[in-house]
Design a protein around this ligand. Structure first.
Ligand code: CA
Length: 245
């Protein structure tokens, strides 16, 4: 048994300045043996669909984590697949929820290492020595076009179809989950966010705000920046910091 992992985290969500409902959801789960799981989900779908889908995703991932006996990577994939089936099954039983779905980005700090699973365009960033790096690749139409060189990052950021997802959790019986082990060392800060942040606040400003003050202050400043930029969408951020020792 090694010494416990020292990690701090802060989550904030806000409905924004335009929308009436917050379809984003997040969860924070800790366990002395299993470590830390943070989950952020950005739901979509009319009526209550978006809110139902994102909440189900967070709850199912949390329940998977709390009872997990498998290793972090397989556990995360299993959790997202279980969330997918729950959301899909719920929509089959209630036609007002038909087609609902959600993004998921889940960060897991375990004794074996740090892992991220994601589907959709919610992101994980790492700030290291003032430099911001996006660690997840958006499963969006413009994200694919950008990766293949058909759009620049600047064009992608303002493209009229930038909200179209190539993958999400819930609308179909199966889902393909991206999973990666990431490098997260003392001094780094990680940021999980919905597109209500990264669609409106530049990487430069995100890097600056993420690095300033406590993690709670950084989380609040990021939400404020999204709302100052118009608050067109719900915004959710989770900031994680690993301390030495
Ligand atoms: Ca959104």
């Amino acid at each position: 048994m090694g010494s416990p992992i020292r990690v701090a985290f802060a989550s904030r969500t806000h409905v924004g300045c335009v929308r009436k409902n917050n379809q984003d959801a997040f969860g924070e789960f800790t366990d002395p043996e299993r470590g830390l799981l943070l989950v952020l989900a950005d739901g979509m779908g009319g009526h209550q669909g978006g809110e139902v889908a994102s909440r189900l995703a967070v709850d199912v991932l949390g329940a998977t984590f709390r009872t997990a006996t498998d290793e972090p990577g397989p556990m995360l994939v299993r959790g997202v697949e279980a969330a997918n089936l729950r959301i899909y099954g719920r929509a089959l039983r209630d036609e007002t929820l038909q087609g609902m779905g959600t993004t998921v980005v889940a960060f897991h700090l375990a004794k074996l290492g740090s892992f991220v699973a994601h589907v959709g365009d919610s992101r994980l960033y790492r700030l290291r020595a003032g430099k911001l790096e996006q660690l997840t690749a958006d499963h969006s139409l413009v994200g694919e076009l950008e990766r293949h060189g058909y759009l620049t990052a600047e064009e992608a950021a303002v493209h009229p179809r930038r909200n179209e997802l190539m993958r999400s959790v819930g609308p179909a019986a199966e889902v393909e989950v991206d999973i990666a082990e990431i490098d997260f060392v003392p001094g780094d800060r990680l940021l999980l966010c919905s597109d209500g942040l990264c669609g409106y606040v530049s990487d430069e400003e995100t890097a600056r705000l993420l690095g300033e003050g406590s993690i709670e202050e950084a989380a609040e400043a990021l939400v404020e920046a999204a709302n100052s930029a118009g608050g067109q969408d719900n915004v959710t951020v989770q900031v994680v910091e690993r301390s030495a020792g």
